[in-house]
Design a protein around this ligand. Structure first.
Ligand SMILES: [Zn+2]
Length: 94
């Protein structure tokens, strides 16, 4: 049996962290939404970031990005959220 350390309930590590070429539009405990500052630059117009793990995913618009930020959606695009969700869903071994 291995015991992994449980992170204390502090501010998520990536909350409010800047991303090059983007400005933070919305910040929550679970996710941040970022908008591209230069419309002519390459890359997605919007990003949603998992604030626990720092992974980002492109979004078509603000509303889509907000949807992607929900805990259930984060488990579809953030590898570590997916792993955590899978682990939580495992039946408890006696
Ligand atoms: Zn995550």
């Amino acid at each position: 049996m291995t015991t992994t350390g449980t992170a204390p309930k502090a501010e998520p590590k990536f909350k409010g962290q800047p991303v090059d070429g983007y400005s933070i539009v919305k910040t929550t405990a679970g996710f941040d939404q970022l908008a591209k500052t230069d419309a002519t630059a390459e890359g997605a117009a919007w990003l949603t970031r998992c604030n626990a793990h720092g992974e980002t995913t492109p979004a078509d618009n603000r509303k889509a990005g907000r949807t992607l930020g929900s805990a259930a959606q984060r488990a579809t695009w953030c590898r570590r959220c997916k792993a955590a969700a899978a682990k939580a869903a495992e039946p408890k071994a006696e």
